[in-house]
Design a protein around this ligand. Structure first.
Ligand code: SF4
Length: 415
């Protein structure tokens, strides 16, 4: 099977609209993040919302924890480039105010708004305004009765029961614009809770590993939980919850759905080799420089940075465009074909220039452009390839010498 045609079958869910963004029902997986500004700081919050949207967030959540925050939302919502979700804890009045402010969705935590009449009042108001609500169950703030019922432990069953209890209140006022999350900071617990929930409801699900921590560990945890479920077809919208700049959360979320083939690529997919004894450049630095150069450009190409010309062009032959290091020079290739040779210092600017050319004129035009320079580029690549092989040999990592040394030491020790 061709790698490009592999796709994960998704579980069918209902669709809701968060502002003008569809969630569930086969809509593209959306990426969310949350502002860390005070919501009453309208300009500061809007600046962050714009940064999050530019980094790939489709929907942004803001805390609504005071009357000033509710007033801030009334000013933010009409100027926001993406739909706004109000995050509500403890105070149901803030939920009513946020609806008044025009937010596109609410998030309620069933663990801390517990009075049925308050829950129903919010759902009835949301129904009148056609605004969806996320039931945001959190393993760390589970309803105390459920915590006790399940033996003083947070279990997947307890988290699912919390969501189902809240749905029942909503149903009493005939409200069904629902999405649900059952987040936990423990990855296996979170995965199992979502699996169980997905068996029992067809509402869209919002995935996340809560309080995942700072990068890089937090990224690993969040990715392990979210990606596992997405690959099983579970989940309609996602959020990375990291102790880090929320712009990183939005970028990572976007990268995850793109790398799973669940969203069309918006930015460069940079592939680079892990480097080894054969490398002729500092691969990590050049790859980072390339990433920085492409970072905020909307260039949906796969671009390769490879440390040597011996294996680089072959291993990255599926990339649209790439560069492999030779003897103090870079060998540029388009779809595996050598097209030009440039000095080492010009490797990254050359990649950017050719990426721009491909975006404007297409891959065939790029190969046509290289018609004259290609034969010389191929010869130069062969020269550097042969030189590398002669100098470093087939065993670039010197493993044979290491094995020999180990044997000598063993013999000296009389083994
Ligand atoms: S053989 Fe070349 S392309 Fe492969 S990891 Fe080593 S330096 Fe990179």
């Amino acid at each position: 099977m061709d790698a490009g045609s592999i796709s994960f079958e998704r579980k069918k869910t209902r669709q809701i609209m968060v502002g003008d963004v569809p969630v569930g029902g086969g809509a593209p997986i959306t990426v969310q993040s949350m502002t860390i500004t005070k919501t009453e700081d309208v300009d500061g919050t809007l600046a962050q919302i714009y940064a999050l949207a530019a980094a790939g967030a489709d929907i942004v959540r803001c805390t609504c924890n005071s009357a000033e925050a509710s007033a801030g939302l009334a000013r933010i919502v009409p100027r926001s480039p993406v739909p706004i979700v109000a995050d509500i804890h403890h105070q149901y009045r803030r939920a009513l105010e946020a609806l008044e402010a025009g937010v596109h969705c609410l998030r309620l935590n069933p663990g801390n708004i517990r009075k049925p009449e308050q829950i129903k009042a919010v759902a009835a108001e949301a129904k009148d305004r056609n605004v969806p609500i996320r039931i945001g169950v959190n393993g760390g703030s589970l309803h105390p009765d459920l915590y006790e019922k399940y033996g003083g432990k947070v279990t997947p069953e307890a988290m699912v029961e919390s969501a189902l209890d809240e749905i029942r209140y909503f149903q009493e006022v005939d409200f069904d614009l629902i999405k649900i999350s059952v987040k936990a900071s423990n990855v296996p617990l979170m995965i199992e809770a979502y699996r169980q929930l997905s068996e029992q409801v067809d509402y869209p699900l919002h995935l996340g590993v809560t309080e995942a921590g700072p990068p890089p560990g937090g990224i690993v945890k969040a990715t392990a939980g979210i990606a596992t479920l997405l690959a099983e077809g579970i989940g309609d919208t996602i959020r990375y919850s990291l102790s880090s700049d929320p712009v990183d959360e939005a970028r990572l979320g976007r990268q995850l759905v793109e790398s799973l083939g669940l969203r069309e690529r918006k930015n460069v997919d940079l592939i680079s080799c892990p480097s080894c004894g054969r490398a002729e450049i500092d691969v990590y630095k050049v790859a980072q420089d390339a990433l920085d150069a492409f970072q905020d450009r909307e260039i949906p190409l796969q671009v390769a940075v490879m440390g040597c010309v011996v294996n680089g062009p072959g291993e990255a032959r599926d990339a649209d465009l790439g560069i492999a290091a030779g003897n103090k020079r870079g060998h540029l290739f388009v779809r595996g074909q050598n097209v030009a040779v440039v000095p080492e210092a010009e490797m990254v600017p050359t990649l950017v220039e050719w990426a721009d050319f491909i975006m404007e004129h297409g891959l065939d035009a790029a190969l046509e452009r290289a018609k004259e320079s290609a034969p010389a580029a191929r010869r130069a690549a062969e020269e550097d390839r042969d030189r590398n092989l002669n100098e470093k040999g087939e065993d670039a990592n010197e493993s044979e010498q290491i094995v020999e040394l180990m044997q000598t030491k063993r013999q000296a020790a009389g083994e």
